[in-house]
Design a protein around this ligand. Sequence first.
Ligand code: LER
Ligand code: MN
Length: 287
Amino acid sequence: MNRRWFTSHGSAGLLLATVPVAWSKAETWSFKALGACSPLNNAEAIKAAGGEYVEESVRGFLKPSQPDTEWQKILAEAKACPLPILACNNFIPGSLKSTGEGANHEGILQYVETAFKRAQQVGIKVIVFGSSGSRRLEGDFPKEQASEQFVALLKKMGPLAQLYGVTIVVEPLRRQECNFINTVVEGAAIVEKVNHPHIRLLFDIYHMLQNGEDPNDLKKIGPLLAHGHIAEKEKRSAPGVMGDDFRPFFAALKATGYSGRISIEGRWENTDLPKAYNVIREQAREV
Ligand code: LER
Ligand code: MN
């Protein structure tokens, strides 16, 4: 600080001079943690690149349809993983329908209870309910009826998830992938109807970009958000490959007070990850 300026402004000047520094620190926003959707045998590379957790797969890792003997072997591998496994996607198979004439909620609830028990043993906090095969509408089955079925299923799933300490996040999917729950606003309406603290919402910025959703929609539904996915719009590449600007999404998340995690999900190589994490951290700092 300039000495002449200090002597003329005294201690009040000193106080004022320190305010902007404290203010800018308080304003810096970031995600709680950055991860990647990947098999756990890739955790070392994710960690070396600056990732903080792995998002595994319910069907490929927790394997609810496989017996406990099989699971015990997987659990031993998971305990040796150099990063925590905090989330899982790829939840319910298409053979277990959550909507339509062939909906099998009993079968789903049995399957998810095994998944939740195993998730708890690993320390998984979040399970992503995209599962387009399970929830997609067949023929001309009415959307309103499907919504009622889906809400009823989630109302039963919420207390089970709570019992095992996991949160289910409903994932809106781009229209090319699913014909039911495409936008974050549609997802929020479902989650609000369920009204259970362990049934929350996911934002996947790739799906939002593909759908042409307004990043500011995140501000309308912010308190429901509990997890995020990210990839670039055109080829679902990792941030930094094509140079997509995610700041409008990050600014909306910051405005809504989002304080959760985000996982890179899509088509990436390990060599893309160091730049991807830098890009996410830098763009988050800039909003
Ligand atoms: C799952 O999280 C997802 O985003 C889908 O597109 C399946 O890849
Ligand atoms: Mn996703």
